[in-house]
Design a protein around this ligand. Sequence first.
Ligand code: GDP
Length: 373
Amino acid sequence: WTGGTVTDAENSMAELAALAETAGSEVLEAVFQRRHSPDPATFIGRGKVEAIREIVQATGADTVICDGELAPSQLRNLEDRIKVKVVDRTALILDIFAQHAKSKEGQAQVELAQLQYMKQRLRGWGGNLSRQAGGRAAGGDGIGGRGPGETKIETDRRRINTKIAKLRRELKEMRGTREVKRQSRRRNHIPSVAIAGYTNAGKSSLLNRLTDAGVLVEDSLFATLDPTTRRTTTSDGRIYTMSDTVGFVRHLPHGLVEAFRSTLEEVADSDLLLHVVDGSHPDPEGQIAAVREVLAEINATKVPEIIVINKADAADPIVISRLLAREPHSVVVSAKTGDGIEEALRTIESELPRPQVEFDVLLPYERGDLVNR
Ligand code: GDP
């Protein structure tokens, strides 16, 4: 790392390790290096490259993940020297999102972000090649590689551009359909609850738990193309929708923020936010902070928020008490065992905005007028 404190670097690496595990990897070893600036050729210094190569050989690791965004040439150089696959933070996050995207729209959004990431790297590579070639005499390997290399880059770029344009069109269409349904729900005063939270916090498990109890009859107003929006009802029969949203991580790659903008905007537009936290995670406070950072970025900080501390079955009670002390308006649940789900539903019901007509009827009650009559 090149800036920040040792703790910053350690937190960032701990998060990277957790993300790698989320992606299905087993983390064998963490290696730190402090430098003023990344090595232009290999990101880390030569000595560190050698050290990592030895660790890879000793542990039998098949991948090295760098906590940063590598230039394409740095990635290639590292792979050449370490002899295993090298991945950067952005690629890892994109991979996790690809695994987690369940809806058609979500999948298209991730694919768009992946293509944009690839395209940038093609451009970097092309630039490097021509610079190299320009600086070398005929017969250098830059020349040999340049002709076919650039042609291939051109073809690849064209193919990627076509695919990106197609995805953008499809996403626009999906967005249109979703928007029409959303407007229609708005007109009908149907409140919406958005589930947001750190990747892997248990958002979709919670959505299933919370709406299992509710009515799942689909009609045209609710049958969205996105299976992650469900219609449900309160115990007194009020209808509302609940949607799973994209997972958040720290330093969400820009391409992803752009690709997911419309989904993220829906979070900002919802009536209530369930912010799910993994209570069994070593640093749940860090996750809350990371999610709030993204919420601020998408102007969603005004939406009323309920913190839902999930995975209570696997969490350390001390961590939960600490979280409750910091976030008094939270509920503790386990989407796995169902513990706390009733309480969470009651909290949601009490926080949901009530339609104006209901207010008019309920207000005298609350003042005791009707009771006294
Ligand atoms: P999302 O990425 O936030 O949508 O998270 P998922 O709902 O996909 O859950 C992520 C992982 O956590 C899955 O392996 C779930 O089985 C697990 N999980 C979810 N809720 C709980 C819980 O309450 N307790 C435990 N122990 N695991 C859970």
